[in-house]
Design a protein around this ligand. Structure first.
Ligand SMILES: [Zn+2]
Length: 328
């Protein structure tokens, strides 16, 4: 196994398909479609984002660093784009996060689950290997337990790559949340070829209830499809495809200030700043369009805090837990 996030050779496509089907057959729980979320209805859609940010909600947002994934080689950023500083395309360890949003209704939302405890590396297209490392107790279930969190109502899966979702199985076993993802991601999740897309079989060991965010998608300025999870403008799921076909970003309308979380629509601050998405298997044209949409949205929100998918400088030092609503 190559440890550098690079390619390794395999016997051929037949082997790839056979191996992935065999892996996909391991320990898969049942995936049940549900319709439980209280999305804002189209008839109540806001005029625009200024109406949304004029009515923020007292949500609390906590970031958990669950471990680190080794990535690069053009996955995090396209180093060839004008302006991208040298060295950013090189392989390196970057943090893998999960975020807790506590809504005043008492409902708790987890944004991604980060990486699982113990061995957590994964592959994409079988040939691209992403090693992973974490400390005992760093997985999100351990951290939530330490913080006394007893319930998770929704788990928003921005996409199902291992560095965002290999911790999903333990979260489902502990909390049984409704998993919210775009219909394109759910389709990929149900495919027997899911392993080839970086979706590890352990995530599916538990039975899971899933709901398509498409059920709540409204047409909103700048971004296009956006779903208002609690129908109060507090937590928005934004369609930002390209990194994967159904990738989503998140907008949090906190009383302390708006927070726009790109997730892997922009892995790094420079990916966003220079509109330089990278990644094998990603549709880079669509990914670039998604960055443009996020930029337009951010520009329309003075004082918005931007949180990127894997920007190491946002999580420097020993901190593995941070209250995002206190960030200036
Ligand atoms: Zn990622």
């Amino acid at each position: 196994m190559v440890k550098l996030g690079g390619f390794r050779h395999v016997a051929g496509l037949a082997f790839v398909v056979a191996a992935s089907v065999a892996l996909a057959a391991c320990d898969i729980g049942e995936i049940t479609d549900v319709t439980e979320a209280g999305w804002r209805a189209e008839a109540d859609a806001p005029e625009g984002w200024s109406e949304v940010i004029a009515n923020p909600t007292d949500i609390k947002v906590t970031a958990y660093v669950t471990g680190e994934v080794f990535a690069g080689g053009g996955v995090l950023i396209d180093p060839g784009v004008d302006g991208v500083p040298e060295g950013l395309g090189e392989d390196r360890w970057v943090p893998s996060l999960s975020y807790l949003v506590q809504h005043p209704s008492g409902k708790n939302v987890l944004l991604d689950s980060g990486v699982r405890a113990g061995e957590c590396g994964y592959q994409i297209l079988i040939v691209l290997d992403f090693p992973c490392r974490n400390k005992p107790g760093q997985d999100v279930v351990s951290q939530l337990s330490r913080d006394g969190i007893g319930t998770i109502d929704y788990l928003v899966a921005t996409h199902f790559h291992g560095d965002h979702a290999s911790g999903l199985g333990p979260v489902i076993e502990r909390y049984d949340p409704v998993v919210l993802a775009s219909s394109n991601e759910i389709e990929a999740l149900k495919s027997p070829l899911r392993e080839t897309q970086g979706y590890r079989y352990e995530q599916f060991a538990a039975d899971m209830r899933v709901e398509a965010a498409d059920n709540g998608f409204l047409e909103m300025p700048y971004i296009g499809k956006a779903a208002d999870l609690f129908a109060d403008g507090s937590v928005w799921l934004l369609a930002t495809p390209g990194h994967t076909p159904g990738h989503m970003s998140v907008f949090l309308n906190a009383s302390s200030g708006p927070i726009l979380m790109t997730f892997d629509a922009a892995h790094l601050e420079a990916t966003y700043r220079y509109n330089a998405p990278g990644g094998l298997g990603a549709d880079l044209e669509v990914a670039s369009d998604s960055i443009s949409k996020l930029t337009a949205l951010a520009d329309a929100m003075p004082g918005v805090a931007l949180v990127f998918g894997h920007e190491p400088t946002q999580w420097a030092g020993e901190a593995i837990r941070r209250d995002l609503t206190t960030i200036e």
